[in-house]
Design a protein around this ligand. Sequence first.
Ligand code: GLN
Ligand code: ZN
Length: 759
Amino acid sequence: MTLVTNLGFPRIGAKRELKSALEGYWRGELDARQLQETAAQLRHAHWRLQREAGADVVPCNDFSLYDHVLDTAFLLDAIPDRYRALADRDPLAGYFALARGVQTGGFDLPALEMTKWFDTNYHYLVPELHAGQSFRLRGDKPLAEYVEARQLGLDARPVLLGPVSFLLLSKTTDGSDRLQLLDRLLPVYAELLQRLHAAGATWVQIDEPCLVLDQDADDHAAYRRAYAALAAAQGPKLMLATYFGALGDNLALAMELPVDGLHVDLVRAAPQIDAVLDALPAGRTLSIGVVDGRNIWRADLDAALDLVRRVAARIGAQRLQLAPSCSLLHVPVDTRLETELPANMVAWLAFARQKIDELRVLADAANGAFYTASTLELARERRESRRTSPKVHRPQVARRLDALDEVQVARRSPYAERRRVQHERMRLPAFPTTTIGSFPQTREVRQARARHRGGKLSDADYDAFLAAETERCVRMQEEIGLDVLVHGEFERNDMVEYFGERLDGFAFTHNGWVQSYGSRCVKPPVIYGDVQRPAPMTVRWSQYAQSLTERPMKGMLTGPVTMLQWSFVRDDQPRATTCRQIALALRDEVLDLEQAGIRTIQIDEPALREGLPLRRADWPAYLEWAVDCFRISASGVADDTQIHTHMCYSQFNDIIDAVAAMDADVISIETSRSRMELLDAFVRFRYPNEIGPGVYDIHSPRLPSVEEMTALLRKAVAVLDAGQIWVNPDCGLKTRGWPETRAALQAMVEAARRLRAAS
Ligand code: GLN
Ligand code: ZN
């Protein structure tokens, strides 16, 4: 019989119970025992839920109090020395110190660096290693969770991050080769496997997601050495899990490794099935990921069933397991909590619980169970209702997209000419100063928004409140002496949600939370239908703000790629098509702003880089449509209207051509923490347009001094043409407080004045 398995379950809880417990613990309101109790309750509830939904095999050790990569580092004792005293004294405190830093009890330690987990919006903590590092087992988390499940009568399958991916996801602080540490690491993995085996585990899921990346000969050699050693350990059977893409040129290697099972992602990489079947060694168990662990749509069960039957016919039902494409960490828990979505929509969605239901139906149908006919029929009806819904398919949007060829996606004149007319019109001083958009979102601002939403504050009163906040913000910017002002974004909850709420084709869930890192969750909008803009979205507040001042007021928009990247995107058309629809809606907004007298318009694309595919070979195609979408949004305006863009959290070296092709008149970037290192790419490229390299690290409450900012600007002046440089913070100021913001911006304006005086 074909088994239903799962590779991982969301940990945070359907109602973010883990978040509450963690934050309560960090505030000192809960003790460690209470935190661990909540964690155990969540594990138990999630195991029960998965069993109820029909999983034959549930995962364990997929749970984490913060992050599974950090858990792995901690388990292997890969702890930098500076945290060791604390971790030895109080393991939980040490663990959270690695995760989020500590500044109490005589300790002053920053957190480990955090980075994105492959191309998801989940962030992991980057283990810090060094040459000669030693490893040993510290604690027994995988074992304890296995035993815990066993006590509930479940033979769970422990999940481990594999040794090669663990090393490849880590960094060394001394520049040494991470893979050199493999031989020191393997005995620890072997010991762990043996202990799991002794405790009764028959299978272990060992994740090597790096097998879907570009891997070189050294990487390949590492996998070979690693799995030879693990096979020799004689532990449980190993299910080698790969996900987020095709094995591609790593396929032959994956087949060669001495493991008992292989999991492949057939959602992201459906076509690889033939090559996988052709190469699969006799006797190896194959786990196929046939429902999407990265998105929230119900699967096409008929198509999935065909695939399941085809694979079963080739290798036999006994050797086949059904699973989600990857861990369900990346989707919310249960659609049954969504009671307020537009009609029908909830029937189109599958969160973690529903995805396991789907796998159960597929397995039962493949095994010939009678009941499944009606379930499959219901699934068909749901798909049909989505396919034919007038809320999903809007002919006018399709027509507009078909006519895209006629849309001018380049600005009217080349940059040099635009620069001339913009300077003539705007007459800004050298080193013009500006900010990135948002000003402090104080408790009063958030409370007013919440009360308005809850019907406790009338539209008129809320508007009056926003008008007053905006005016105060404009006056303050004038006093500080900034050159190009912003309205402050007080009316916005979030840079995607605000726009999504004003566009057709977007929906918002109530409990659709997904872990971003630690206790931090996001609730991505759902782009379910053709996107169009029923009415202007930002003109009113921008125009109001402009009416308050003689200085130029920047209009603020979130770019099309960022909206796409931070949402759950429909799966019934290419992402590029959805992105173009958003871009066209934004193009209209840009033109409306221009018409309303807003002649400086910023289109933020902080997520452009995040959208890069995992394999290099796929980059050019992505960058082409992503840049195209930005240009669709931006290019309708007159030459003397100035288009800005903003990209934070980005490295630019390998995408600088694409960034230049966006052809924004001004780009602001985050450079203060890297002390202007991130400018290098622009310098080497001889980037011709204007640049605002951030001089104020807005992620820290620390106040930068005038001297510091002047020094950073001098670094920029040394490598760029002074006439290209703008002066601004790294990013928006929404997380900062007013007093520090005012002081920092005053110092920033003073730094610009010093530079003007010196040049
Ligand atoms: N305009 C946005 C703001 O200032 C940009 C935020 C971002 O880049 N993440 O908040
Ligand atoms: Zn930013």
